[in-house]
Ligand binder design. Structure first.
Ligand SMILES: C[S@@+](CC[C@H](N)C(=O)[O-])C[C@H]1O[C@@H](n2cnc3c(N)ncnc32)[C@H](O)[C@@H]1O
Length: 180
């Protein structure tokens, strides 16, 4: 019998970076955070590390183009089945063509487990480059605990804690990054 997707999470907590998929409360908080950015319907949204699509389910109710970037092929296949209308890229964030060629002013929603990555530095550098280049006008990243997951920030980037979601396992904090 094939292991369930929850089993994939449980067996690979470090690679996947979570013990359970995000709750609908966290997903709704992300949707509200995207809307609070005043995103036009023409603004593309990229979701990084969508896993089984727990956040995608809420994000796809927005009228925007939504691109999913997921490294694990098993999750990418599942996402293609669950969200046939969406563009699913099975790519590593650090080598993603989709991110390199994104339209200026896009929005990035990230579930990457920054604080549990063996070496978060290249991911921080990637996020800062995406903002400073202007391809992304904002990045929303969630984390567990009070610490800014991308700190220290370089000059020209500012961060803000925008939402705390207690009804998640573990409770989550959404951080927003912009130029400024
Ligand atoms: C914490 S899980 C989040 C899954 C989903 N958003 C949720 O809330 O249930 C992190 C996801 O990021 C993916 N991931 C980890 N490193 C990645 C990388 N370098 N590039 C793309 N995806 C990555 C993992 O495969 C996993 O699906």
């Amino acid at each position: 019998m094939k292991p369930s997707l929850i089993a994939v999470f449980l067996r690979n907590p470090l690679r996947i970076g979570a013990i359970a998929p995000a709750t609908r409360f966290l997903a709704r908080a992300f949707r509200r955070s995207v809307l609070a950015l005043g995103a036009e319907p023409t603004t593309p949204i990229y979701e990084l590390g969508p896993g089984t699509g727990a956040l995608t389910r809420e994000l796809e109710t927005l009228p925007n183009r939504l691109v999913l970037i997921e490294r694990e092929s098993r999750f990418a296949e599942l996402l293609r089945t669950r969200f046939p209308r969406l563009e699913v890229r099975c790519e590593d964030a650090l080598e993603s063509e989709a991110l390199k060629t994104a339209q200026a002013g896009s929005i990035l929603v990230s579930s990457l487990p920054i604080l549990s990555l063996p070496d978060p530095k290249p991911f921080r550098a990637l996020f800062f480059e995406l903002l400073l280049s202007g391809r992304f006008r904002a990045i929303l990243q969630y984390t567990y605990g009070p610490k800014d997951p991308l700190a220290p920030l370089p000059p020209g980037i500012r961060s803000r804690r925008v939402r705390v979601v207690l009804l998640n396992l573990p409770p989550a904090v959404i951080w927003q990054y912009e130029r400024g």
